[in-house]
Design a protein. Sequence first.
Length: 532
Amino acid sequence: MSAGRVNPNHTLDHQGITGLGTVYYNLIEPAIIEHALARKEGELGRGGAFLVSTGKFTGRSPQDKHIVKSPSVEDKIWWDANAAMSPEGFDALYDDMLAHMKGRDYFVQDLFGGADPSQRLDVRMVTELAWHSLFIRHMLRRPEREELDDFAPDWTVINCPSFQADPKKHNCRSETVIAMNFDRKLILIGGTEYAGENKKSVFTLLNYLLPDKGIMPMHCSANHAIGNPVDTAVFFGLSGTGKTTLSADPDRILIGDDEHGWSKRGTFNFEGGCYAKTINLSAEAEPEIFATTEKFGTVIENMVYDPDTKELDFEDDSLTANMRCAYPLEYISNASSSAIGGHPKNIIMLTCDAFGVLPPIARLTPAQAMYHFLSGFTAKVAGTERGVTEPQPTFSTCFGAPFMPRRPEVYGNLLREKIAQHGATCWLVNTGWTGGAYGTGSRMPIRATRALLSAALDGTLNKGTFRKDPNFGFDVPTSVPGVADLLLEPRRTWDDAAAYDAQAEKLVAMFAENFAQYVPHIDEDVKAIAIG
């Protein structure tokens, strides 16, 4: 045991993890960076940021995530989307990982998952890499120093990138493994240096535990009006839809950018930091996020930089388009100190429609909200992946299928119940294309999107006049100050109205085909939307 504050009764030895080299407990940022530099895990960048490369894996490995199939969870897990692991496979994996760890140095952070003290999860993160300790110290919530005296972990996560799993022996898919055991309250991660696995393993865990408490876990960003936490908004959305950008509103207080819970008390952030994409990040468009890339302790992940000046290249995606920075919430000037808000007054579901069919904003009924929440639609565009020559739909249920251990309807019903109970207004916002599909039309003007969101959040939009969309049946405003009326009717923005009709028919059919999997599990009013 070495350095940092820890109760000796709550060490890894006390948990039965013995024979390691030096174990560093709860080091603060400067000490972690000293170790990471000494171990040559990365380089010091401008302003004291820490520059790292994650090697082979520059993103998550969702196909390698497993849940142990035991009697206690067997009937609750959505096995269509979550790979099973046998208890025997996990036990062998744990034993072999501990044997691999013998004599090696490790870093421990005792942290909270959840800003609401009454709902938080006490998590012990054990990492082979010092910089992973820095990363997760940003991403989860840091206890006060005195709180560490009595810290006893509810769950333990062990991340050992140098360990390679044996698929046959450990009942997993490959040498890379993320294994979650609800009976033993353990998560094991091996074979990948990508830091995002640390935070998403805890998110997945909370997504399983919280619904039993009547708490809705959400893959969303959130903010509230200045001086008025009751006026809270949440923003669901998949990568590339604008979730981080649109919630980072200088006229509102940022609660968080990625993971939240909705309890009987209101909204609370699961995390203590942000993990923002940096590709094409600019000081002009997102000045506060840009500024974090030169702040002390910010983790800069998989970015190309000048070896002499350490100047970052925000346009070079030769390592990955998934380049990121991780930093504590307090690095954003308008971030909430408590990371807690009220019950959402407005719920925004963001989609990037590359087909050019959806309007820039639409108001949803509770049943429609559940339909679009379970659909989780966005679109890939030509050129983003090899072989993609035209827009392709992406449906990720609940706007985060890889992190949902339970069936989607569990989350959909929770959301619907809370919308009904608290009277939230739901909006579908398209940040994608208008005037034609990708390659013909143009991207929705960000200025128009911001104007529409402002009108939605301040209540003026809800008081206006609406038309019924002929394709999806939701309400679309007919006029909004600061936004061209033409933009609100996608069909009118196309040069060829018949081509728009054909594209719309195609997209509606895609939605219907995807949603068929949920029809046996949903209420009649949502089913009516699904089958037209």
